[in-house]
Design a protein around this ligand. Structure first.
Ligand SMILES: [Zn+2]
Length: 329
């Protein structure tokens, strides 16, 4: 893990350095920005995500400090903790509660959202919108969710005063680092810096969105709806197995770069365990699931998972409800 963190941070800062080194050379500059985008996603997957879960290091102080790599990447650590750790990990795939199922632009990811005519084409255009994921986090989502009273059923209580400061201060640092400084000091024309910034976000956005979607919105996973009293009557661990899927478990490349998020089943059951242990945990979880007759969802390759997600988009885009999937309970 120490080697991983060092390597990924070196890639992150190295790409940043190369943006300045490339100057006005269009090809070199855009390549550096693209690597910047990829490494920002890798920082998120491998370092920030684990740190905020408290699983990067056994020392709380290291987790707290490394969690701020989210802010360095333009996202707000405090809001991430609420949206991801509290809401997504507790109410996984529950329509109207799991923020990850909230409609993104013209994409319908849950049966709770109104079906519109345009949605029948969503399996064609969804991936274009996915490219805008990090762009939306940086410019819109953090602010919007910070000031919203309710997030699904979660009361967004009064935030500590310092979080207001951190939100605005770290956004100012981010825009200084990634817009103002490159415009002032790379020697590249403004259009190239803006195009670079956009390219960085397109690749970062699609990488983040695809990895997240392949874990929960694929065929076989369920979207349990609470009863009238607001309860989902199931054991929490079984709920996680019902709503979560792994992909490309045999690919060391996916496992290494996606921060174990291709082992999402293990991550949802043991979010406090560092992701490098998921491949060893997986056979135990799989065996236990089989023993109790619970499906262990997995797509063999990333491509299988992408195709499955695309078919889900088509189903959700043309049907009010999803076909009944047998749920373990
Ligand atoms: Zn997580």
């Amino acid at each position: 893990m120490f080697f991983k963190v060092t390597f990924i941070l070196a890639g992150f800062f190295g790409s940043y350095y190369f943006i300045f080194l490339s100057g006005a050379n269009v090809l070199a500059s855009l390549t550096s920005w693209l690597f910047m985008g990829l490494f920002t996603a890798f920082v998120g997957f491998n370092i920030s995500h684990d740190a905020v879960h408290g699983s990067l290091s056994k020392y709380g102080i290291i987790n707290r400090i490394m969690g701020y790599t989210f802010n360095l990447a333009g996202t707000n650590k405090y809001m991430w903790k609420i949206l991801h750790n509290v809401i997504h990990h507790t109410y996984t795939n529950i329509p109207g509660h799991d923020e990850d199922l909230e409609p993104v632009a013209l994409i319908r990811l849950s049966t709770e959202n109104k079906l519109r005519k345009i949605h029948r084409f969503q399996h064609y255009y969804a991936y274009l919108f996915y490219c805008l994921t990090s762009f939306s986090w940086v410019f819109k989502k953090d602010f919007e969710t910070f000031f919203r009273k309710k997030l699904g059923n979660y009361e967004n209580k009064k935030h500590p005063a310092r979080e207001y400061f951190i939100l605005f201060f770290s956004k100012a640092v981010y825009f200084t680092l990634f817009l103002i400084l490159p415009i002032m000091f790379t020697g590249a024309p403004i259009w190239l810096c803006l195009l670079g910034f956009l390219s960085m976000h397109l690749i970062q956005g699609i990488t983040l969105a695809v990895v997240f979607q392949l874990a929960h919105v694929v065929e076989g996973t369920t979207f349990p709806v609470p009863d009238e009293s607001g309860d989902v009557k199931n054991n929490w661990n079984i709920h996680q197995l019902n709503t979560t899927a792994n992909f490309a478990m045999r690919s060391w490349l996916a496992t290494w770069f996606f921060g174990g998020l291709n082992y999402q089943v293990e991550h949802h059951l043991f979010p406090h365990i560092c992701h490098i242990h998921y491949p060893s945990l997986s056979p135990i979880v799989k065996r236990t699931a089989e023993e109790f007759g619970i499906t262990y969802h997995e797509n063999k390759t990333m491509w299988d998972a992408i195709r499955s997600h695309t078919r889900m988009l088509r189903t959700l885009g043309s049907n009010e409800n999803l076909p009944e999937v047998k749920m373990a309970s």
